[in-house]
Design a protein around this ligand. Structure first.
Ligand code: ADP
Ligand code: MG
Length: 287
């Protein structure tokens, strides 16, 4: 997460249909050169007020950025409130309860006894927004020693120390081939992007070799679509995984603006999004 200065962002009108505000992040899973694949204009006489999709990564100053841009007539697709709803588990969990592992959150790490009573061991630990780069030792907690070692590390971790502590029921997920590393092992998990309630892209979350069949895809997207409907956000990402017993669950959601593409083709995603804007909403909706 970093601060973004609005002066460093590039405002693009994509295929005469969608405004996108782009900032390069230098992550291959996030950056995508729209102008290489689509007609992009940078009109000097844009309408006074437009709605734009931000593609400038995960920022620490979304709220401030939103206000600065709004003063200039550029409204990001998510208000600061909507951005938080998509990003922070304590905000989205109440809406997704039942679709996602049981979770509790704390501003200060509780005694392990409390967690043993409410969730039991093993448990899954993360910050309210994210884990520390998928480090297994800081998330998969099997004992009291694991827990106290992890929360000590959380206090010192640059990604985790400012987040609330989230403790989730540990769910056994269907494994997929993955190398044994210090990272959380890969599972049968897929990322999906939802634009105005429609799925515009879905594919593998992990970069190892696995794929869903038609039936699995249908079942997974049914759960993801239910989650997207409950959240009712303009541009949301839903990650779903299959449990060892075959059930599909929501792992987390995120703001589509700041999410990496995973194995989703960015070209197809933008093509779908543009088509939807042109077909269903006309050119007016975004500006
Ligand atoms: N409750 C859980 N039980 C078991 N595995 C989990 C649980 N939550 C997440 N995972 C696994 O850990 C990975 C990382 O967790 P996630 O919540 O997505 O963190 P991040 O926000 O850092 O991506 C997930 O992709 C999933 O494979
Ligand atoms: Mg994740």
């Amino acid at each position: 997460m970093f601060r973004v200065n609005p002066d460093n962002l590039d405002l693009i009108l994509l295929e005469e249909a969608v405004w996108v505000l782009v900032g390069e992040v230098n992550l291959p899973s996030y950056d995508f050169s729209l102008s290489q694949f689509f007609a992009c204009r940078r009109p000097w006489n844009r309408p006074e007020q437009i709605t734009a999709i931000g593609r400038f990564g995960a920022v620490t100053n979304y709220d401030e950025l939103y206000q600065q841009l709004a003063a200039d007539g550029i409204f990001l697709v998510h208000s600061p409130e909507q951005h938080l709803l998509a990003s922070e588990l304590p905000r989205w969990y109440p809406l997704l309860e039942g679709l996602t592992p049981k979770s509790f959150w704390f501003s200060e790490p509780p005694d392990i006894a409390i967690l043993e009573q409410t969730i039991g061991l093993p448990l899954f630990l993360k910050g309210s927004r994210q884990t520390s780069r998928h480090k297994a030792a800081l998330s998969i907690i099997r004992s009291s020693e694991d827990y106290y070692r992890a929360i000590k590390a959380y206090k010192e971790d640059p990604i985790l120390h400012y987040q609330d502590l989230v403790c989730r029921e540990f769910v056994q997920l269907r494994p997929v081939p993955s190398e044994l590393t210090e990272k959380i092992p890969a599972s049968f998990e897929f990322r999906s992007f939802w634009w105005q309630g429609q799925c515009v892209g879905a594919a593998q979350y992990w970069s190892t070799s696995y794929d869903w069949n038609q039936q699995e895809q249908k079942a997974a997207l049914l759960v993801a679509s239910e989650a997207a409907m409950r959240l009712n956000l303009p541009f949301v990402v839903i990650d779903v995984a299959q449990t060892i017993t075959g059930e599909w669950i929501v792992i987390e959601c995120n703001d589509g603006q700041e999410s990496g593409y995973a194995a989703i083709s960015p070209f197809t995603l933008w093509q779908n999004l543009i088509a939807q804007e042109k077909g269903l909403f006309g050119n007016k909706k975004l500006g």
